[in-house]
Each structure stands twice: as structure tokens, then as C-alpha cells.
Design a protein around this ligand. Structure first.
Ligand SMILES: C[S@@+](CC[C@H](N)C(=O)[O-])C[C@H]1O[C@@H](n2cnc3c(N)ncnc32)[C@H](O)[C@@H]1O
Length: 212
């Protein structure tokens, strides 16, 4: 997916992936990560997800990476927080107490800039990327987070019924992508209520990945 695809989506406000409430699987399984209050959770490709507000309200710190500055501006507006905006290497950092969002391509984000994180929460990030980008993405997230444990949400459906994103990623592919660096546990699979995009039968899977 080209950057322009996502910029166009944000500029046209075509953000069907954005959920109107915090993700139920995050609420159910965040505890599996075993993170104490104050732990720093990294959300790659974070958009303006309400999951960030939920994590902050639970006492976690949040770091995010997002291509679209429009998304990041809206995120802070909707949180009701005025960010401190500063240059961070070749990119821009939007910060406030307990939250840092790095605007730009995740593939250019370094571990130094991101800083230490305790866990990763990936919702609509891996599945937003076409197959040819996924290996590099998984490697990059592992590198900049020092293989921090991860809660990963994926979709499984008949790809011939719907063009991604979100793309379908089956169990074998999730395992193949991550088996070098993580031990994987499939926590649950749930039926997507009403179907994906209201049309296609799909399951959402939630995975717990631990450092190998
Ligand atoms: C499907 S959305 C999911 C957003 C969020 N995770 C959520 O659950 O609402 C994918 C997001 O990733 C961002 N994105 C896509 N490619 C990116 C990249 N290479 N680096 C950083 N962000 C990217 C897009 O702008 C978009 O906001």
C-alpha cells in the first residue's frame, strides 16, 4: 500500500476501519500481557483509535506510529489534549503526558527515537499491509521494540470475496511471519458480527506473542 492510499483515505475521511468504541478484544485480553500500570504500550499504525484513550484511562503510557498527520491531529483533539509538537529526527513527534505519537513511515522509525516499550498492541496494522510488506513490517516492529510481547488481532475470511485492506491472514501465515522471534498463542477467534464490511463472513483472531 502506497502512502498516498492512506493519505487519501484520511483526507476524504474514508476511515471505515476506525471503531466507535474501544476494541472489545483489547478490553478482554490486555491483562494477558501482564503489564503493570505505567507500562508503555506501542501501537504501530495507530490512526486515531479510541483504544489509545482506553489504555491511557487504565493507567498505561502510549506510544504510536502513524503516517497521517491529519489522523494524529484528530487523535489529540478527540482526546481533548493539546500536544507538544516537536521535531524528532526527520519526523514530527506529538507528545503529552503519557503519550508520544511519531508521525511518519513506521519503516523509518528507530528504536532510539521510539524509546523503550513494554508491549505492542497491533489492531488493524499487520492486516492493513499487503502480503509483500508484512515480513519487513514484522521485522521492523520486532527490532524497534526489542521483541516486546504483543497482542495481535487478525482477520480470516475468503480473500476472493473482498479486496483488502483489511487483508485475510490465516493461522499458518501468522505463525510463519512470527516464528523466528516469538512464541505464539492463539487466544480466541470470534465471528465478526454482521460480517466484515457488513458483507463477508469473517473471524477475528486474537494472538498473544511472547519473546522467544
Ligand atoms: C487500517 S488503519 C488502522 C488504524 C488503527 N490501528 C485502528 O485500529 O483504527 C491503518 C493506519 O496505518 C497508517 N499507516 C499505513 N501505512 C503506514 C506506515 N508505513 N507507517 C505508519 N503508519 C501507516 C494509515 O494511515 C492508517 O491510519
Amino acid at each position: 500500500m502506497e502512502a498516498s492510499f492512506w493519505h487519501d483515505r484520511w483526507n476524504a475521511n474514508e476511515i471505515g476501519f476506525h471503531q466507535s468504541k474501544p476494541n472489545a478484544l483489547l478490553e478482554k485480553y490486555m491483562g494477558v500481557l501482564g503489564c503493570a500500570e505505567g507500562s508503555r504500550i506501542f501501537l504501530p499504525l495507530c490512526g486515531k483509535t479510541l483504544d489509545i484513550g482506553w489504555l491511557l484511562a487504565k493507567g498505561y503510557c502510549v506510544a504510536g506510529a502513524e503516517l497521517s498527520e491529519t489522523a494524529v491531529k484528530q487523535l489529540f483533539e478527540e482526546l481533548g489534549v493539546v500536544p507538544d509538537i516537536s521535531p524528532a529526527g526527520a519526523r514530527t513527534r506529538y507528545s503529552a503526558p503519557d503519550i508520544d505519537i511519531f508521525v511518519g513511515d513506521i519503516f523509518d522509525l528507530s528504536e532510539e527515537l521510539l524509546g523503550a516499550v513494554d508491549a505492542v498492541y497491533d489492531r488493524a496494522a499487520l492486516v492493513a499491509l499487503p502480503e509483500e510488506m508484512r515480513e519487513e513490517y514484522v521485522r521492523q516492529v520486532a527490532k524497534i521494540t526489542d521483541n516486546a510481547p504483543k497482542l495481535l488481532l487478525t482477520f480470516e475470511y475468503d480473500q476472493s470475496q473482498l479486496a483488502g485492506p483489511p487483508f485475510s491472514i490465516d493461522e499458518d501465515s501468522v505463525r510463519t511471519l512470527h516464528s523466528d522471534s516469538y512464541r505464539l498463542t492463539l487466544l480466541e477467534k470470534v465471528q465478526v458480527s454482521g460480517g466484515l464490511k457488513g458483507r463477508v463472513n469473517a473471524e477475528e483472531a486474537v494472538w498473544y506473542l511472547e519473546k522467544e
